[in-house]
Write a protein that binds this ligand. Structure first.
Ligand code: ZN
Ligand code: ZN
Ligand code: ZN
Ligand code: ZN
Length: 109
């Protein structure tokens, strides 16, 4: 009688349904996509975040393909996350974020 598990949408690692983060890739939203700016749940059918209005499709800076705003590029696999420079925070942040969503520190461009 195994626990019912679901794959992480980012890396495919199987996790218990109540997992708060993925132990495979470290994502803090393993079963939903969330807006990297306001952290609201977003869907691939939407073009803009309903919470903050940011576009949900961006051009990958590496392969220049249009990709959904998620942890890595759908085409080349390039990671879009950078670590917060605050030593006590170090949360992973979307590279376009101007402020850390965890501690509020202004991130460098
Ligand atoms: Zn994962
Ligand atoms: Zn948003
Ligand atoms: Zn790419
Ligand atoms: Zn931070």
């Amino acid at each position: 009688m195994a626990f019912y598990k679901e794959p992480c949408i980012h890396c495919g690692y199987f996790l218990p349904r109540d997992a708060q983060f993925c132990s495979g890739c470290g994502s803090r939203s393993p079963f939903i996509y969330s807006c990297p700016t306001c952290l609201r749940e977003i869907k691939k059918e939407e073009n803009f975040c309903l919470g903050c209005g940011r576009p949900l499709y961006i051009m990958c800076p590496k392969c220049l393909e249009k990709t959904f705003i998620q942890e890595r590029c759908e085409h080349c696999g390039e990671s879009f996350l950078v670590q917060c420079p605050n030593k006590r925070c170090q949360a992973y942040q979307f590279f376009q974020n101007t402020k850390c969503t965890a501690c509020g520190k202004v991130l460098r461009k």
